[in-house]
Design a binder for this molecule. Structure first.
Ligand code: NAP
Length: 259
């Protein structure tokens, strides 16, 4: 299928690895020029070189912390006007309700709620004036069904979800379409870290932690960044103009719900 976005310019935040990279790859495959970002420059430059070689698109890189206001300003300056925005950053640390103080909550809100909101506020006015734009926020299935070891994610991402629910309906008639993608367990470094926490807490091997994780998923496996990226590219496509403010769960069926 031609996604109808060849030649569009996309900013994909936190995209040297994992789900962000999967989104960057799929948008490049659809013919988008990219602005890619991560804190570490080595993996970022390597990912950008791979994408240029595979898809022949322009890729601008900005090594910066997207959560830090100065880092975000540098990313926005390099990005200029973009047609597509994919927001992403590292997730909050694991823990339970009694572990956190005020600063932990503020950090989680900064990374998982206020940063994507600041990016939308910076980039959507130009999308609105051009009459076309797409925003995909990478959130988590924790907003549909709480993850008991990730209470900071449950809390902070719910705030972003509320913002998107209202805002997406205020900009859709201006051609700007905002949706959220909710990953379940995907095979990335982040999940490796969470499996390590499980293995240490329960005194089991990493392989056993993964086996138990996969056994909880009806699809019987962890998801892949490339299939996640393809869904992101579709939500950024010319064909997604009637999908407004949705929270699309990609979790192999792990979240049990009838609708
Ligand atoms: P990952 O494999 O660890 O990759 C994270 C990427 O983001 C890396 O490129 C990293 O590069 C970059 N990054 C992290 N913090 C950043 C920051 N402050 N500024 C700029 N770049 C940053 O993680 P992932 O699994 O793809 O997860 C992406 C998001 O989805 C996270 O918020 C995670 O909590 C959420 N999520 C993931 C899953 C899953 O199954 N994987 C499930 C639910 C939710 P640098 O370290 O060099 O900056």
């Amino acid at each position: 299928m031609d996604l109808g976005i060849s030649g569009k310019r996309a900013l994909v935040c936190a995209s040297s690895k994992g789900l962000g990279r999967g989104c960057a790859e799929a948008l490049a495959e659809a013919g988008c020029a990219l602005v890619m970002n991560a804190r570490g420059s080595e993996a970022l430059e390597s990912a950008a070189a791979d994408i240029r070689a595979a898809h022949g698109v322009e890729v601008v890189t900005v090594a910066a912390d997207i959560v830090d206001p100065d880092g975000r300003a540098r990313v926005l300056e390099a990005a200029g006007q973009v047609d597509i925005l994919v927001t992403n950053a590292g997730g909050p640390p694991p823990g339970i309700w009694s572990d956190w103080d005020r600063q932990d909550f503020l950090d989680a809100l900064d990374g998982s709620m206020l940063t994507p909101i600041a990016l939308m506020q910076a980039l959507m006015p130009a999308m609105i004036s051009r009459g076309w734009g797409r925003v995909v926020n990478i959130t988590s299935r924790s907003v549909k069904s709480p993850l008991l070891n990730l209470g900071l994610s449950n809390s902070a991402r719910a705030g972003l979800t509320g913002f998107v629910a209202g805002t997406s309906r205020q900009v859709a008639d201006k051609g700007v379409i905002i949706n959220n993608l909710l990953p379940g367990v995907h095979d990335t470094d982040r999940i490796g870290q969470l499996d390590r926490v499980t293995s240490e807490r329960e005194g089991i091997s990493m392989e056993e932690a993964r086996r138990r994780g996969e056994a909880r998923i009806p699809a019987g496996r962890y998801g892949r960044a490339d299939e996640f990226g393809k869904m992101c590219a579709f939500l950024c496509s010319a064909h997604a103009g009637y999908i407004v403010g949705q929270n699309i769960v990609l979790d192999g069926g792990e979240t049990f719900a009838t609708i």
